[in-house]
Design a protein around this ligand. Structure first.
Ligand code: ADP
Length: 225
């Protein structure tokens, strides 16, 4: 893939954005910017942002656009994203955030938007069984737990169920996705940036499809090169 590419990964909760972004980010040495991870880290560190964000996060509500945009603007101002590009995970999530992102990036723009497509019935089951490492964010499930006692295989942190992976909060997040985030799909399709990816099947199968599509669009011989 061309160096410095600017990518967005869209997809409803449980579509596998986090898992696939970690892989893509390692493969292309691309900074992985997850607003959910950044917000959870702020809550854990009890920063002013974290104290404000906590009640939204626990309820499964969206953080106000202005707060998220300020956080993203600060992150995209760091040098690594200018030289290496980036992979946005969980952002933008509203039309106002997409507008704000366009402003922040000027005179540049997003190269590609990967949309991980999964049926809602499947994501509900994935989310209810999801478990995450509190420290490094590694993702497990009740079917694929860490090797020892819910202790992270990578960093030794505690592996837990996220506060917002309860049935009530999940239902709320999925409804918000349909209302607020789904309209972005049409926006990026019109701009010729959208690539839908079938996100059913195993992690490896989805990863293989993603790589093939990214290479086709942004590889040395692709249209974006
Ligand atoms: P999921 O996609 O499964 O909801 P994330 O880790 O991406 O998980 O986000 C968790 C929570 O963080 C969201 O429910 C929301 O409260 C908050 N959040 C993350 N990204 C954004 C964003 N771009 N705008 C507003 N809130 C956000």
């Amino acid at each position: 893939m061309v160096p410095g590419a600017r990518l967005i990964v869209l997809g409803k909760q449980g579509a596998g954005k986090g898992t696939q972004c970690v892989r893509l980010s390692r493969r292309y040495v691309l900074p992985h910017i997850s607003t959910g991870d950044m917000l959870r880290a702020a809550v854990k560190a009890r920063t002013p942002l974290g104290l404000e964000a906590r009640r939204y996060l626990d309820a499964g509500d969206l953080i106000p656009d202005s707060v998220v945009l300020a956080m993203i603007a600060a992150r995209l101002d760091q040098d690594d994203t200018r030289t290496r590009g980036f992979l946005l995970d969980g952002f933008p999530r509203t039309v106002a955030q997409a507008d704000g992102l366009d402003e922040i990036l000027k005179p540049f723009s997003i190269d590609l938007v990967l949309d991980l497509v999964v049926p809602t019935g499947l994501v509900l089951a994935r989310l209810m069984s999801r478990r995450v490492c509190e420290d490094c964010g590694a993702i497990y499930s009740t079917f694929a737990p860490p090797k020892l006692n819910w202790t992270c295989d990578f960093c030794g942190g505690d592996v837990v169920q996220r506060e917002d992976d309860t049935e009530e909060a999940v239902t709320r997040r999925l409804a918000l996705y349909d209302a607020q985030t789904a309209p972005l799909i049409a926006r990026y399709a019109t701009a010729g940036k959208l690539v839908p990816v079938d996100a059913t099947g195993t992690v490896e199968e989805v990863a293989g499809r993603l790589l093939a599509l990214v290479e086709a669009r942004l590889g040395a011989g692709g249209a974006g090169a």
